[in-house]
Write a protein that binds this ligand. Structure first.
Ligand SMILES: Cc1cc2nc3c(=O)[nH]c(=O)nc-3n(C[C@H](O)[C@H](O)[C@H](O)COP(=O)(O)OP(=O)(O)OC[C@H]3O[C@@H](n4cnc5c(N)ncnc54)[C@H](O)[C@@H]3O)c2cc1C
Length: 187
């Protein structure tokens, strides 16, 4: 059995007696009214607080960081109105001609985070035959091929192509000095 429950994987792990200090958050996403098409590449600000592209129809689609913590139920991440104002200011700093665009829709989603920003990938330490693959944070699509390849090897009792030791589930049994600092970067 592979626990690949995303932002919900922590509560699934808990049912097997393995607790992890997981929390959920999501990046606010916005789409604007269509404007004349002029931005062909996808642009990411070097400091990483805005990612923007424009589709041929003219709508601007952008993400405005920092991420927002999910609701207490862990199932939804609402986008507070001030994030739209904040996101538009970030967008205008990257592409000034977009400053007066009207945002017509905002949304987010649920990403599962561990305090050290690394995923959990590998066998359960509590239940034989159970494996975990979760905590992809904001980069879960990017790491998915490697996670799938390495975990498949472990499940088949073969040597994985990468060292999974840093991603073991029991690494949180010791208090992480940095966990407080990292988790407060979300608002
Ligand atoms: C708005 C947004 C933009 C993003 N952009 C990027 C990006 O550009 N690049 C990138 O790499 N990543 C990005 N991510 C992050 C990426 O989506 C996640 O890291 C990735 O989806 C994690 O994959 P996963 O399979 O671990 O979890 P998920 O994709 O969350 O899948 C978990 C699945 O488990 C199901 N599930 C939960 N509980 C149960 C249960 N009890 N029984 C059965 N099923 C259950 C859920 O319904 C869900 O389908 C973005 C996320 C968001 C929200």
């Amino acid at each position: 059995v592979v626990n690949a429950g995303g932002g919900w994987a922590g509560s699934l792990a808990k049912t097997f007696g393995e607790e992890v200090p997981m929390f959920s958050a999501g990046p606010p996403q916005f789409v604007t009214e269509p404007l004349p098409y002029m931005l062909r590449p996808i642009v990411q600000a070097v400091e990483g607080d805005v990612i923007v592209r424009q589709i041929a129809r003219g709508n601007i689609i952008f993400a405005g960081y920092p991420r927002t913590r999910s609701q207490a139920d862990g199932e939804h991440t609402y986008v507070p109105p001030q994030k739209i104002v904040q996101g538009m200011a970030s967008l205008a700093s990257v592409v000034p001609s977009f400053a007066n665009a009207e945002v017509i829709r905002a949304w987010s989603g649920v990403e599962g985070y561990l305090p050290d920003m690394l995923p959990v990938v590998g066998p359960s330490q509590a239940v034989p035959g159970l494996f975990h693959a979760f905590g992809g944070s904001g980069g879960g699509f990017q790491i998915a091929p490697a996670v799938g390849d390495c975990l498949a090897a472990v499940v088949a009792d073969e040597q994985p192509a990468c060292d999974l030791h840093p991603y073991r589930i029991d690494r949180f049994n010791v208090q992480l000095e940095t966990s407080e600092k990292i988790t407060t970067e979300f608002d």
